[in-house]
Write a protein that binds this ligand. Structure first.
Ligand SMILES: Cc1cc2nc3c(=O)[nH]c(=O)nc-3n(C[C@H](O)[C@H](O)[C@H](O)COP(=O)(O)OP(=O)(O)OC[C@H]3O[C@@H](n4cnc5c(N)ncnc54)[C@H](O)[C@@H]3O)c2cc1C
Length: 438
């Protein structure tokens, strides 16, 4: 993967036109053919950037694509040398698919990933506690596990060439005298931007600059991996959950040849970062050594490069305590703003939702006279906060309940609550999301 040169973006000191001449400043170039994301060459340029998106993950690429479809150009700075391949897979519910359709990539992805019909919940001895069919609860529900790498490549391939700049790690951001923002990259490159969209994930330097606290560790970590079955995987298109004491696991077919799995376990502190796949696989298998053999076989079939262990973190956006989502022309999106634990499978879905809401509001502001970018960013927060704040809390509480260790509590959960009391429909109401076409 080629890196861009460090002199990609030069410091330019002359004054830029005001927002009142939007067309010439924000116009998105017309895409003639999909880009390949492997090599992006620098174009020496002395112009400033209007909209810079920091972070080329799900939030960054979907925001760039939503803006592009509204005729607004942007540049994405990604610290890595290529699109992220880690993180194995993500389960996307119907709200995520609504957004992917709106930005024009839903059907490309549907062709590659299986539709998941339902879920089965088992206890650690393999006893089935309950099963559900998603469409019985909600005819419009759509659930698929997608490979993160393919999701990112698909988003990037729908962007105009030269939108994503790799090896471009933001080191520092400052407000300049004329109200623009000076972005300094670790390699010394500097650029000015009128609008900065922080899509730089849970350790976001942009969020830090805006005064957000570090995300808080939830007390749980997750192993995850993507098992390969070149000869075809044998599982029904269902999410399989196995609940133990202070420990739970799951697996779900992603495609005809791949199966995603995870194990969540309690740990008082996140512990050291481990990248050795042999150690990770050994630790994962030890946790579930007496559990149904399907799970152990799936772990055995996991290529080293797809296995990881991640501490689960979140940030609760308490009103009056937490900084606003925007500060002048800087705004945060996705995990940079509202990291949430994965217990509802909603972090990426919400990042996608953020992207279309923000893009629509920005485009309206840019195309109006006079442009009011700051009020558009405040309106984005006003619309999104009531959505993401309760979800973050709910995801955390669900995680705590599922990670109980007490034997009596787990017995009541497995013998009474799950078989007799749980209704899936209300539990998935949060996947309702109206998404107008762009
Ligand atoms: C175990 C686990 C399971 C999950 N399962 C699901 C699921 O099933 N469904 C779901 O919807 N969500 C799930 N999530 C949540 C989901 O992964 C995140 O919400 C999603 O990745 C957020 O996307 P993002 O673009 O905001 O952040 P990220 O994906 O973290 O992307 C941030 C990008 O910014 C880049 N970056 C960071 N710093 C800089 C810098 N200084 N300069 C330039 N670039 C920078 C990074 O390299 C990265 O590419 C899960 C999370 C975990 C941990």
């Amino acid at each position: 993967m080629a890196a861009i040169s460090s002199n990609l973006l030069y410091l330019n000191t002359h004054r830029s036109p005001p927002f009142s001449h939007p067309q010439s400043w924000f116009q998105s170039s017309t895409r003639t053919k999909p880009i390949t994301v492997s090599t992006i060459k620098a174009q020496a340029s002395s112009r400033k950037e209007d909209i810079v998106i920091v972070g080329g993950g799900i939030a960054g690429l979907s925001t760039a694509l939503a803006l592009h479809r509204l005729g607004i150009g942007s540049k994405v700075l990604e610290q890595a040398v290529s699109l992220r391949t880690g993180g194995a897979s993500l389960t996307l519910f119907k709200n995520g698919w609504r957004v992917l359709d709106t930005i024009g990539v839903g059907n490309d992805l549907r062709r590659q990933f299986l539709e998941i019909q339902g879920m089965v919940v088992k206890s650690e001895d393999g006893r089935e506690l309950r099963s559900f069919r998603f469409k019985d609860e909600d005819e419009s529900q759509e659930v698929r596990a997608v490979e993160r790498r393919i999701l990112l490549e698909t988003l990037a391939n729908h962007l105009p060439p030269d939108t994503v700049y790799f090896s471009s790690k933001l080191a520092n951001i400052e407000r300049s005298e004329n109200g623009e923002f000076l972005l300094e990259l670790v390699d010394g490159a500097r650029l000015y931007a009128k609008i900065v969209i922080g899509c730089d994930g849970i350790r976001s330097p942009i969020a830090k600059w805006m005064g957000f606290s570090e995300p808080r560790y939830s007390g749980h970590c997750a192993f995850r991996g993507l098992a390969g079955y070149p000869e075809g995987q044998p599982f029904e298109p269902k999410v399989n959950y196995i609940y133990g004491r202070g420990l739970r696991a799951g697996y779900v077919p992603v495609s005809p040849t791949k199966v995603y799995w995870f194990i969540c376990f309690n740990r008082t502190s996140p512990g050291p970062k481990i990248t050795d796949a042999v150690v990770l696989k050994k630790q994962a298998k030890e946790l579930v050594s007496n559990w149904p053999s399907d799970l152990l076989n799936i772990i055995d079939r996991t290529p080293d490069e797809t296995i990881s262990r991640t501490p689960l973190v979140d940030r609760w956006l308490w009103p009056a305590v937490t900084p606003a989502a925007s500060n002048g022309g800087v705004v945060v999106v996705g995990d940079a703003w509202h990291p949430m634990t994965p217990n509802l499978g909603q972090g990426a879905c919400c990042a996608l939702e953020d992207a279309v809401v923000l893009a629509r509001k920005l485009a309206n502001a840019i195309n109006s006279e006079p442009a009011s970018i700051e009020s558009a960013l405040r309106s984005y927060e006003a619309e999104r906060w009531p959505r993401v704040f309760p979800l973050t809390i709910r995801a955390n509480l669900v995680g705590s309940a599922l990670q109980w260790e007490n034997q009596l509590v787990c017995s009541v959960r497995n013998n009474v609550v799950i078989p007799k009391l749980v209704r899936l429909g209300p539990l998935l109401e949060h996947t309702n999301f109206e998404c107008e076409p762009l």
